[in-house]
Design a protein around this ligand. Structure first.
Ligand code: ADP
Length: 313
């Protein structure tokens, strides 16, 4: 610090009369302790030759502020390190889930092929054998759905899809086309919807999952009626999917968004229990949220709250 002070004095000599120079340095007090000084100086008087005769200096003890700054820097560095560790652990889990679910697809395809072969080509299969193969076939289908959903969730999590303006009317038309094949009896109506800046595949999954849940969770023999509304509220653009289905008891309104949370057996309604967890993640990725309002026996409305800033129409 002595060298820096000497340098500071040199700078002061060369400074103009109105220049205010500052420096921070440590000095040792008579009791041996070190303190930090903040020094603001300017030239006060020069002799005829221009040499500095007197300086005006304001000295401030900033030892405590310096100690606090050091603690803050250490905290910041340790937080940054933790954040980096978390990020790389996160990346590792994501790529593990991605590779594992991707690699599981191939053996499943092969089991599927053998099942088909047994059911179609092995005519002397006993009734018990046929039933066992059919059960295996159902399990394979369930596992395939599950792997598909795990892959979707990891892809949403990895978040490398480009944000582009997406016309939601086009997505709903596409979904309607797909639903017609499976659920021709359902009616799907939609307001004129806006275009929003988003990840197209994710938005497609979101709407498709909400619409197909609305059709799926119905009493037997009931005609599903789905309505997709859009409206603005303060800083949000709300897209709501309503159905006239079985509804959800209030105690489950939060829990249905948890992964693998299902309120019914698979024999009643098919599914993996991952759809709404993926929808929740998709809404978080778009800076929004998803909520539900529902009455048992009457129907449910799932509302997707997008930040109004994402609206492009
Ligand atoms: P999945 O549809 O694969 O079972 P989801 O995560 O999409 O999984 O939904 C979780 C659970 O929430 C469902 O199993 C069902 O019990 C309930 N649920 C979701 N959507 C509806 C709906 N529209 N009406 C009634 N119940 C619903």
């Amino acid at each position: 610090d002595r060298l820096r002070l000497l340098h500071f004095n040199e700078k002061l000599k060369a400074a103009g009369d109105n220049d205010l120079l500052t420096i921070e340095y440590r000095i040792r007090r008579s009791d041996g302790s070190l303190i930090w000084i903040h020094n603001r100086s300017k030239v006060f008087q020069r002799d005829a030759a221009g040499n500095v005769v007197r300086c005006l200096s304001v000295l401030q003890d900033i030892t405590e502020a310096k100690a606090a700054e050091r603690v803050q820097k250490a905290l910041h560095a340790s937080l940054e390190k933790k954040a980096q560790e978390l990020e790389s652990a996160n990346e590792e889990i994501t790529s593990f889930a991605f590779v594992a679910s991707h690699d599981l697809k191939e053996p499943l395809r092969r089991i599927n092929t053998f099942n088909d072969w047994l059911l179609t080509k092995e005519s002397n299969l006993s009734e018990g054998g046929r039933q066992a193969v059919e059960k295996m076939d159902n399990s394979v289908k369930q596992l395939t759905l599950l792997i598909h959903d795990i892959l979707t969730l990891t892809k949403v999590h990895a978040d490398n899809e480009k944000m582009v303006p997406v016309d939601l009317n086009r997505l709903v038309e596409q979904i309607k086309g797909e639903m017609q094949e499976k659920w021709a009896h359902a009616s799907i109506e939609a307001d004129t919807l806006p275009s929003i800046l988003g990840a197209e595949n994710q938005l497609f999954y979101l709407l498709k999952n909400l619409i197909s849940n609305g059709i799926k969770f119905q009493e037997k023999g009931h005609t599903p009626r789905i309505i997709v509304h859009a409206n603005r509220e303060e800083n949000f653009l709300k897209i709501a999917v309503s159905d006239n289905g079985i509804g959800i008891a209030p105690e489950y309104h939060k829990r249905i968004f948890e992964i693998f949370r299902r309120l019914h057996g698979r024999t009643e309604y098919e599914g993996t229990g991952m759809g709404l967890a993926i929808c929740k993640k998709i809404m978080e990725k778009h800076g929004g949220k998803i909520t539900v309002a529902s009455t048992e026996g009457k129907g449910s409305t799932f509302t997707c709250w997008f930040p109004a800033l994402l609206s492009t129409s």
